[in-house]
Design a binder for this molecule. Structure first.
Ligand SMILES: Cc1ncc(COP(=O)(O)O)c(C=O)c1O
Length: 442
């Protein structure tokens, strides 16, 4: 077995960036964080030396029930023993497809894949094929949709993407319908689709919603798309299986043409989905009169262990109403931590906000500017108390005792934060400063 140091060195020797996801990289965690993990159970993870941490990363939000949930694991094992990948569509793949179509109101047909980028890219391709238009409009405040060219070419990390492709994606701003109207006007009859998440937790965009009023920004976006014959695509990678069992589109009472899911839908197993209206989705099929769309087609797209995990995950979500727990825990966490910050007089410089089921924390300096140094300091002090909290992803496994543990740790961490705020964080920081994932140079 390795020591932590050996594991980290090997990771960088053999893998560019030391991990297969940039948000798992060393630049996203303080230097005292475990660089490599070996196991997870519930909401805890263990490093390679056997040290245990309370985790708020939850596999980049892919685990909603808890790590190594027995029922999900057993459902996956069952399918592994059934062969895991057969020559024609598997029975469990059909059961999973039916389950998703019956569960999510706007989904009449579905195609599964192994990761989110594949399905968001497929949604864009389908929109272009259906509309015969090329321009993709994405929401700027949503940090990530795909590592494919159509999206990443429109970010600062656009190296390797031809300029002609970069120009085909443009952006608008959340909660600013005029910014979208302007794009529809300046690219008249050229817009294939608008792709966005239902909500953003980036302030000041974490908008308030009044259920039943249909007066959400999303309704205006949906209306503009209809008016301009462009498809409306909602990416539920983060909001799905978190905002509501039926998804955030249901929660916000919208009816997108296409929806993408991934992350927590199979409690950590590799499953993503593109779903939507039959009239569009069936173009990816083989029994229609239109020109064919080669939508997604991969050897492992509906790997049976993932399909089994997905079906059992949905069963558990329906039995236990997991999102309700996430909302409730998030509210208590937000209230608790913000109370501690207030007692210390630093409530303007450190606070939790956003949507309760998925809170975000802000680390601001004395001039109220975002401070990566203070963010690192808070992370470092939480790690000292065996809590990984680079961001806040709540699971069903986070219970009262974890809440108590977190609030106790936050009290200690925020006392150091206060000192860092007043005396300079450099005095208390032990290693490198965190950096944003999306940046042009190292
Ligand atoms: C909103 C959103 N869409 C798409 C993706 C891509 O998903 P994946 O990492 O499974 O390819 C992510 C991943 O972080 C995401 O947050």
């Amino acid at each position: 077995m390795f020591t932590n140091k050996q594991a980290q060195e090997l990771a960088h020797k053999y893998i560019p960036g030391g991990a297969h996801t940039y948000s798992r990289g060393d630049d996203q965690f303080p230097s005292n964080a475990p660089a490599v993990l070996s196991a997870g159970k519930g909401c805890y993870v263990w490093d390679v030396e056997g040290k245990k941490f309370l985790d708020y990363g939850m596999g980049l939000r892919s685990v909603g029930i808890g790590y190594a949930e027995d029922r999900v694991s057993e459902a996956a094992f069952r399918e592994i023993k059934n062969g895991n990948n057969l020559t024609r569509a598997s029975e469990i793949e059909i059961i999973a497809a039916q389950k998703i179509c019956e569960l999510i109101p706007s989904i009449e047909m579905v195609k599964f894949a192994k990761h989110g980028s594949a399905v968001t890219s497929a949604s864009v391709k389908l929109a272009r094929a259906v509309t015969g238009k090329n321009i993709v409009v994405r929401c700027l405040e949503h940090p990530f949709f795909s590592y494919d060219d159509w999206f990443i070419g429109n970010t600062v990390v656009n190296s390797g993407v031809p300029e002609d492709i970069q120009k085909l994606t443009v952006y608008f701003n959340y909660n600013n319908i005029d910014s979208l109207k302007r794009i529809f006007e300046s690219h008249k009859d050229k817009i294939a689709c608008v792709i966005m998440e239902a909500v953003t937790t980036v302030e000041p965009c974490a908008s308030t919603y009044f259920p039943g009023t249909k007066k959400h920004f999303l309704h205006d976006v949906q209306h503009l798309c209809k008016q301009n014959n462009s498809l409306f695509i909602i990416d539920e990678m983060i909001t799905g299986f978190r905002w509501h069992n039926l998804g955030a589109a249901h929660y916000y009472d919208i009816d997108p043409d296409l929806i993408t899911f991934g992350k927590a839908m199979a409690n950590g197993f590799s499953v993503a989905a593109l779903g939507g209206k039959r009239e569009y989705m069936e173009r990816g099929g083989i029994h229609h009169q239109h020109e064919r769309v080669f939508l997604t087609s991969t050897t492992h797209g509906a790997e049976m262990c993932g399909m089994g995990a997905l079906v059992e995950t949905i069963n558990i979500y329906q039995e236990r109403n997991i999102p309700e727990h996430m909302w409730s825990y998030g509210r208590k966490l937000t209230e608790g931590i913000n109370g501690i910050a207030k007692d210390l007089g630093i409530e303007k410089n450190f606070f939790l906000s956003g949507i309760p089921c998925s809170p975000i924390y802000s680390t601001l300096d004395k001039d109220l500017n975002l401070s990566w140094g203070l963010r690192t300091l808070f992370n470092q002090e939480m790690i000292k108390q065996k809590i990984i909290m680079a961001y806040v992803s709540i699971s069903y496994a986070h219970k009262e005792s974890e809440l108590d543990q977190t609030l106790t740790a936050a009290k200690t961490a925020l006392k150091v934060y206060e000192k860092g705020l007043n005396d300079g964080f450099e005095k208390y920081l032990q290693g490198h400063i965190l950096k944003p994932v999306f940046r042009k140079f190292n």
